[in-house]
Design a protein around this ligand. Structure first.
Ligand code: GTP
Ligand code: MG
Length: 489
């Protein structure tokens, strides 16, 4: 049942909507001074890119980040010197990694920057580093959607070589669809910048990544500690003619903005006015892609109910006739229809790549202490929707190479699987829309796994009923017109 609220929108709704609308914008060093209106007009927010730096323990991730912060002059004034001085005073050898701790202290006191993120800037854009010390945090970050990395730097210690986490992180990037990867082969100073040592790691690791369909855009020989090939070309590696780390990052592309894409909004809640003669319902949620205006015809998935947008509700702002991506919005409809939380509102005339999916093919990473097994029911959360999910098939197993035909996914196993759902959910391929294509699986009370949707599949029993998957549709047609071919199917 919809929630009942007084005639004028009550504070709960207003607050909820406000909350939903609040995007925490990180403070940046490049904030404009807006003394004048001209200043405002001339100011264009710099482009931002989310990147993640991963690699095995001690391979030099923090040192690389410290270097990037220092060498791009992205640190607060005087910070570098303060940390150097403090090391000297305490008889410690200065490490670039300490810069992160120093920033971390500031963060804990609520100064300069936002807690999980660090920024540096090149001439073309600002970078937000998703701080993900281990792969669990990395996964959590990626799946929570709070921060979606579009590019990754994999750090490998040239002395130690490719380690377990170098492999696991490559795997995670592949499973999570981060396709822009650069590999930093670090600590080459310790090997006298030996070209052969670099090539050996490059070739071995490239071969491994190839098996995961990850093709790094660059392998870069670096010394994070000495600042070689980070922001400036190093004379110690005359045999290397490629880009520096910063140049390679600048050559990466940001994802196209969702704003210009199809319209979609998972319904977060339905509220009802309860005044006399006022039975209006407000359908509220955050728009995850595209834009909409009053008068537009909309459809809800999976129910397939249709209606027209009557008003876009506002709070403390002038009435509006349109809403767009990332805005928390409440709508009333010309026809009051019964819609439940979790349905996805799309435009009726847009034919968006959103399906009412009773089954999904997904890349899944299992982190639960109990394995993911066949024949058991799990709670699956996708956007604001939930369903019970069962493992139908493990199509591709990316775990222990000895175990080619696993009967279950154990902790830290990854694979591409088919899940069948207790009822269809409005979903999209991760590559079409991250918010509608990413899910978490709960086992008992614990989030035990997460993944991304590769395909929305039709119902196995009743393929003609749903609208997903070209292959399924084709088979449904074949079944219809050549039934004798399918008598046993
Ligand atoms: P964790 O956060 O513990 O996983 O480590 P990390 O990957 O962040 O490594 P960190 O940057 O803390 O560096 C680990 C050690 O390697 C430190 O003692 C660094 O001084 C050293 N190190 C990092 N980069 C280089 C380098 O380019 N050359 C040499 N010789 N040592 C380096
Ligand atoms: Mg570190």
């Amino acid at each position: 049942m919809p929630k009942t609220i007084p005639e004028t929108m009550n504070t709960t709704v207003t607050e909820t909507m406000k909350e939903m609308n609040e995007t925490v914008l990180p403070q940046t060093a490049a904030s404009p001074s807006l003394d004048s209106l001209e200043g405002l007009a001339a100011y264009r927010a710099p482009e931002r890119m989310n990147i993640v730096i991963t690699g095995h323990v001690d391979h030099g991730k923090s040192t690389l980040v410290g270097r990037l912060l220092a060498d791009t002059h992205s640190l607060p004034e005087g910070k570098l010197q303060a940390v150097r001085d403090s090391c000297k005073k305490n008889g410690r050898v200065f490490e670039y990694a300490f810069l992160l701790d120093a920033l971390d202290d500031e963060q804990k006191q609520g100064i300069t920057i936002d807690s999980a993120r660090i920024f540096f800037k090149s001439e073309t854009r600002e970078y937000i580093i998703i701080d993900a010390p281990g792969h669990i945090e990395f996964l959590r970050n990626m799946l929570s959607g709070a921060s979606r990395a579009v590019a990754a730097v994999l750090v490998i210690d040239a002395v130690e070589g490719v380690a377990e986490n170098s492999r696991r992180h490559g795997l995670l990037l592949s499973l999570l669809g981060v396709s822009q990867v650069l590999v930093a082969v670090n600590k080459l100073d310790a090997l006298n910048y030996d070209e052969q040592a670099f090539r050996k790691i490059k070739n071995g690791y490239a071969r491994y990544l190839e098996t995961l369909n990850v093709r790094p855009l660059a392998f870069i020989p670096i010394s994070a500690r000495e600042g070689k090939n980070i922001t400036r070309r190093a004379s110690e590696t005359p045999w290397y003619e490629g880009k520096t780390i910063l140049e390679a990052l600048d050559s990466f592309h940001n994802l196209p903005s969702n704003e210009e894409s199809f319209f979609a909004m998972p319904v977060q809640d339905v509220y009802r006015f309860s005044g006399e003669n006022d039975e209006r319902r407000i359908y509220a949620g955050t728009i995850v892609s595209g834009r909409i205006k009053t008068g537009d015809a909309v459809r809800f998935l999976p129910s397939n109910k249709e209606a027209r947008i009557k008003t876009i509700e506002t709070w403390n702002t002038p009435p509006k006739t349109g809403a767009q991506t990332n805005q928390a919005s409440g709508f009333t409809l010309e026809e009051d229809i019964y819609i439940k939380r979790g349905e996805v509102m799309v435009k009726a005339d847009e034919d968006p790549p959103v399906s009412a999916a009773p089954r999904i093919r997904a890349n899944l990473i299992w982190l639960g202490s109990r394995p993911l097994v066949f024949g058991k029911s799990y709670l699956l959360k996708l956007g604001s929707a939930k369903a019970q999910a069962r493992l139908e098939k493990i199509e591709n197993f990316l775990g222990d190479p000895e175990n080619r035909n696993p009967a279950e996914l154990r902790r830290h196993d990854c694979g591409s699987v088919i899940l069948s759902l207790s009822h269809p959910l409005g979903a999209a391929r991760f590559y079409d829309n991250a918010s509608l294509g990413r899910f978490v699986i709960v086992d008992g009370y614990d989030a035990a796994g997460g993944g991304i949707v590769l395909d929305c599949l039709a119902d196995k029993q009743n393929p003609a009923k749903t609208d997903s998957g070209f292959e399924e549709e084709l088979f449904a047609l074949l079944r219809k017109y050549f039934p004798h071919q399918f008598t046993n199917a």
